[in-house]
Design a binder for this molecule. Structure first.
Ligand SMILES: [Fe+2]
Length: 189
């Protein structure tokens, strides 16, 4: 029964990822939380990454040595984004169009495409063929679309990096974009 085995493997992986990234819990809508988690696990499966890899792989290949793992980067960006969203909601209320559930999902998934953009080769993390064809905002949107993520979340994934500079970012994407750069620029030499 490979189907049942696959289901069990996914269940175990989901549990492990939830432990590593407890910020998933901030998504109040259960269905959205589960979909977000499944998109993450699907990317890990497609890219051939294990839960242990997440805290060992660099979050970028542009900084050498890289100051943080992919796991640390994702958690920090998500926390800064979420706390900024809460602060803005506190002071501006309905004047700012931010859905906190979408915001957390978008922040967690902003770099999920890197699980396809990078690959392990001879013990090193390098750019994959997929990554040479599609940078992570593009592969991330593909993964999210496949997993049934709302367009608001896809927008954040699509717009968070430099590709989004050419378009108008919605409030959630502005937050993820700045949180992401706060977790990158200070480490540039
Ligand atoms: Fe990032």
């Amino acid at each position: 029964m490979p189907d049942l085995m696959e289901k069990e493997t996914l269940k175990t992986l989901k549990k492990e990822v939830m432990k590593l990234i407890p910020e998933f819990e901030w998504i109040k809508d259960k269905d959205l939380r589960n979909k977000t988690l499944e998109v993450w696990c699907d990317a890990m499966k497609q890219g051939g990454w294990t839960p242990e890899d997440l805290d060992n792989m660099p979050f970028t290949l542009l900084l050498d040595p890289c100051p943080a793992s992919f796991l640390t980067h994702t958690r920090s960006v998500t926390t800064i984004t979420y706390q900024s969203g809460q602060t803005l909601k506190k002071f501006y209320g309905d004047k700012i169009d931010i859905n906190l559930d979408y915001l957390v999902a978008g922040a967690i998934l902003h770099d999920v495409g890197k699980l396809l953009e990078y690959e392990k080769k001879d013990g090193k993390v390098v750019k994959s063929h997929s990554g040479k064809c599609l940078r992570h905002p593009f592969s991330g949107v593909g993964l999210g679309f496949k997993g049934g993520m709302p367009e608001e979340v896809l927008h954040m994934i699509a717009m968070h990096a430099k590709e989004g500079n050419l378009s108008k970012r919605m409030p959630g994407a502005i937050l993820v974009h700045h949180a992401d750069f706060m977790n990158f620029e200070p480490f540039k030499k």
